[in-house]
Design a protein around this ligand. Structure first.
Ligand code: GLN
Length: 552
């Protein structure tokens, strides 16, 4: 039977609970334990697939095609383990399933209630994941903040769960904030005390506290937190701000968090070994030799989380090239208004990520045209590939008004259009082409140079496809198809012949990129961007501060 770790958050949101959970997973995994992570989201949507990025940030897509919370991206990036639908549970899914059972008559004669029916269903979702593989530890992260009304059923469920599996087989970790009050020059423990008090009211006593802080927590403050929150002093862990998120497992290791967890759960293993992580991930992240600057032109660039996996994958591509990738985030609509040159003249690469809807499309097209004509390395993802195809059709093939039928139903040249089977789809949730599909890679191409494989699997999330009618014309004009879905001959990857590096995919390679195993397309895109410099420049101090760019 696996052991269970429940992770809750208190005081405020955005403390980095997902990263903390993923880091604990990584740390335990480095001791040879088989771990899995689950995210419980208290909202009523069945999945985040129907929410826009302003509401939710990125929608992360798993191998099996589930549209999930972006924390699953952190889980995969830190532990390297593929997640699935089972790793993300929402209130919407839980209620959906209970209501279906009620209609089916499963509870015939009974009143259906939050306790026990909803809480049982939540517990069952944890067990279902646990049964799905051979795990030593199952880590469940409860979304939201303690005290939220909608989080209560989840907290009650994990309280019961621990009681059922036995206290020594499960622990509770609580992430809180220890704010620094500048005027008083002091760290304050009261919010943590209140948050733990709130948890205790519902019957949960945390075993470990992860204290987010900007300043070092002194021995005295640690003692105080331990005393008032009823936890061992060694279990008060400081989670101080770090330069790079991939340092977090190391920060926990130094404080022996893994040993505390092992003791509490009665586990015995070899010591943890994070040497490779340190050398191949943390080292190039903190002390890269080179730098390059690439622009990401999107619709939600002001949001940190909207293109989370894309930004991370770019950083990974940097790690592989010992390079810091500065990301210049450019709003597609600004390019639409003011032209591409103003924003792109100083960048060494252009990336256009995925997206939905008409807004900003013409700006993306302008940006791509600029990259194509000025031989700036380009990577297009999903909508990025579709817009690159539209741009090529209009400017190189002379097809005036070429478009995707998503944006112009009556276009004379539907370069991107719906497949037959998508035309009858009316429901919006979970009905796109989703999840991993095979893709055959064409030899002697940039794409093949990156993958060095004939068959790859990549994750999808889109409705529209490249229209095969235009393939021949495109090839004659210099844009070739370098990856196809073998069964349906669907276009998966395109590249330009007469260009240093111009590759775009219908799928989302960013979801498969790991810091210690960067995605080939990102790795090669960053390499091409580096080669686009006049000379390779060594990273000079202060470069990070340059306006409009950020290393993360
Ligand atoms: N809107 C496009 C489609 O549905 C692209 C989707 C995406 O970029 N994820 O096909």
């Amino acid at each position: 039977m696996p052991k269970y770790i429940f992770i809750t958050g208190g005081v405020v949101s955005s403390l980095g609970k997902g990263i903390a959970s993923a880091s604990i997973g990584k740390l335990l995994q480095s001791r040879g334990l088989r771990v899995t992570l689950q995210k419980m989201d208290p909202y009523l949507n069945v999945d985040p697939g129907t929410m826009n990025p302003y509401q939710h940030g990125e929608v992360y897509v798993t191998e099996d095609g589930a549209e999930t919370d972006l924390d699953l991206g952190h889980y995969e990036r830190f532990t390297g383990i593929a997640t699935s639908q089972l790793n993300n549970v929402t209130t919407g899914q839980i209620y959906y399933s209970v209501i279906m059972k009620e209609r089916h008559g499963d509870y015939l004669g009974g009143t259906v209630q939050v306790v026990p029916h909803i809480t049982n269903e939540i517990k069952e979702s944890i067990r279902r994941l646990a049964r799905h593989g051979h795990f030593d530890v199952v880590i469940c992260e409860v979304g939201g903040t303690v005290g939220d009304i909608e989080g209560l059923p989840f907290l009650e469920a994990i309280r019961q769960f621990r009681q059922e599996v036995g206290r020594g087989n499960a622990i509770n970790i609580h992430l809180t904030l220890v704010p620094y009050i500048r005027a008083a020059e002091e760290l304050k423990t009261k919010p943590t005390q209140h948050s733990v008090g709130k948890l205790r009211e519902i019957g949960i006593q945390p075993d470990i506290l992860l204290c987010r802080t900007e300043k070092t927590i002194s021995r005295k403050i640690r003692e105080k937190i331990a005393l008032f929150c009823n936890v061992d002093e060694e279990a008060v862990i400081q989670a101080k701000d770090v330069k790079d998120i991939y340092e977090v497992p190391l920060m926990f290791k130094v404080q022996k968090l893994d040993r505390v967890i092992m003791r509490l759960l009665g586990l015995k293993t070899k010591g943890s070994d994070l040497a490779r992580w340190e050398k191949e991930v943390v080292e190039p992240a903190l002390r890269p030799k080179y730098f390059t600057k690439v622009a990401v032109v999107g619709k939600y660039i002001e949001l940190q989380d909207a293109y989370k996996s894309v930004y991370e994958a770019l950083r990974h591509g940097g790690f592989a090239n010992n390079t810091r990738v500065f990301i210049k985030k450019v709003d597609a609509e600004s390019i639409q208004k003011w032209g591409a040159e103003k924003y792109l003249k100083n960048v060494q690469g252009l990336l256009v990520p995925g997206g939905f809807g008409n807004r900003g499309i013409e700006g993306k097209i302008k940006a791509i045209r600029y990259a194509r004509e000025n031989k700036i390395p380009f990577l297009g993802l999903c909508l990025g590939m579709q817009t690159a195809s539209i741009e090529f059709a209009r400017s190189v093939c002379g097809l005036k008004g070429a478009n995707s039928t998503e944006f112009d139903k009556g276009t004379a040249h539907p370069i991107i259009s719906l497949l037959e089977e998508q035309q009858s789809v009316k429901e919006m949730g979970g009905t796109m082409r989703l999840g991993a599909n095979p893709c055959r890679v064409k030899r002697h191409t940039r794409t093949y140079e990156a993958y060095k494989k004939d068959l790859v699997y990549e994750r999808h999330r889109h409705r529209y496809e490249f229209n095969n009618k235009y393939r021949k014309l495109f090839a004659q004009k210099g844009l070739i198809v370098t990856g196809v879905y073998p069964k349906g001959e669907l276009v998966e990857i395109i590249e330009l012949k007469d260009h240093p590096w111009f590759v775009a995919s219908q799928f989302h390679p960013e979801f498969r990129s790991k810091p210690d195993e960067p995605h080939p397309l990102f790795r090669e895109f960053v390499r091409a961007s580096l080669q686009n410099h006049q000379t390779l420049k060594a990273l000079s101090p202060g470069e990070d501060e340059e306006e409009g760019i950020s290393p993360k």
